[in-house]
Design a protein around this ligand. Structure first.
Ligand code: FES
Length: 142
């Protein structure tokens, strides 16, 4: 299963590159251009400096051990949402577009709050609890 996910990521990376040349325009919504913040999980907590959100409200957070990217969005000065980009249908990686989150495996679509808009997924995305301490956004992943 892990091998399939890596191959799919490679496919999307290649596909998104081709969109830049206008070859696969239909996939454009699937390819996010959000910056990736790489970090780690420490004692069940993922830490992100608040300065990461000074100029942009959205980050893709990638931490070894989580297995899926996390879409983090700043909603207000001290308010954030964090969604695990793992499809609730069959555990596929999700792609965050500008207005929605899509699964390229069977076509499920989620809104930016993680609610299902289109199945076959029937369950909303997992939200990670967030809190702020010492100029850092902390996500709880346990
Ligand atoms: S795995 Fe995402 S829709 Fe099936």
């Amino acid at each position: 299963m892990e091998k399939k996910r890596i191959a799919r990521k490679d496919f999307l990376k290649t596909s998104c590159s081709l969109i830049g040349f206008g070859v696969l325009a239909g996939l454009a919504e699937s390819c996010s251009s959000y910056k990736v913040f790489k970090t780690k999980v420490s004692d069940g907590t993922i830490s992100i400096p608040l300065s990461e959100f000074a100029l942009e409200e959205v980050r893709i957070v990638r931490a070894p051990g989580v297995g899926y990217d996390i879409l983090v969005r700043k909603m207000g000065p001290t308010s954030f949402t964090a969604l695990l980009l793992r499809c609730t249908h069959q555990d596929w990686d999700l792609q965050a577009g500008k207005t929605q989150i899509k699964c390229t495996n069977h076509g499920s679509v989620f809104d930016w709050m993680g609610n299902v808009k289109t199945g076959p997924a029937a369950t909303r995305l997992r939200s990670l609890p967030t809190r702020i301490e010492n100029e850092k956004l902390l996500l709880t992943y346990a």
